[in-house]
Design a binder for this molecule. Structure first.
Ligand code: ADP
Ligand code: MG
Length: 141
């Protein structure tokens, strides 16, 4: 397990970090993205998705738990589980639609104890550090 701490000073730097992380990902990988509202989770995912070849605008899922984007060789899934209290009472297929060997999935607000997310490849945590600065911790397993 490797832990990296990075500080960014604007959204572009956070996008670049996302792109850098994306370079190490492959189909089947799951990335958990944690941090308060506005800390830059979606910004980081946007940078990663772009780097993977997504050309559609990457926006926060709001009417569903996630979006799927066609990329170069994979499908990029972007989930936001903020409004789910827990997945225990949900249909297991809810997540399955977004995960799989030909998909790279980024999950904002992952729920604890969710088996399908347990084996995540990367865990990213963002925190506000005043104005446009963010502290970003990346745990690679
Ligand atoms: P989240 O998904 O965590 O709620 P978003 O990525 O949607 O956060 O929003 C982050 C907001 O903070 C955006 O408006 C972005 O422009 C701004 N911002 C300012 N500085 C940074 C930074 N260093 N990294 C990421 N976002 C930043
Ligand atoms: Mg978000």
């Amino acid at each position: 397990m490797a832990v990296r701490i990075i500080e960014t000073s604007d959204p572009a730097e956070t996008e670049s970090l996302g792109a850098e992380l994306a370079a190490g990902l492959t189909g089947g990988d799951v990335v958990l993205v944690r941090g308060e509202l506005g800390s830059g989770k979606t910004t980081l995912v946007r940078g990663a998705a772009r780097a993977l070849g997504v050309t559609d605008p990457v926006t926060s899922p709001s009417f569903s738990i996630g979006h799927r984007y066609r990329a170069d060789d994979v499908t990029v899934s972007h989930l936001d589980l903020y409004r789910l209290a827990g997945l225990q009472h949900e249909d297991p297929a809810l997540l399955s639609d977004y995960l799989g060997p030909d998909r790279i999935a980024f999950v904002e607000w992952p729920q604890d104890g969710e088996d399908q997310l347990e084996s995540a490849r990367l865990q990213v945590s963002l925190a506000h550090r005043g104005e446009d600065r963010r502290r970003i911790e990346v745990v690679d397993r």
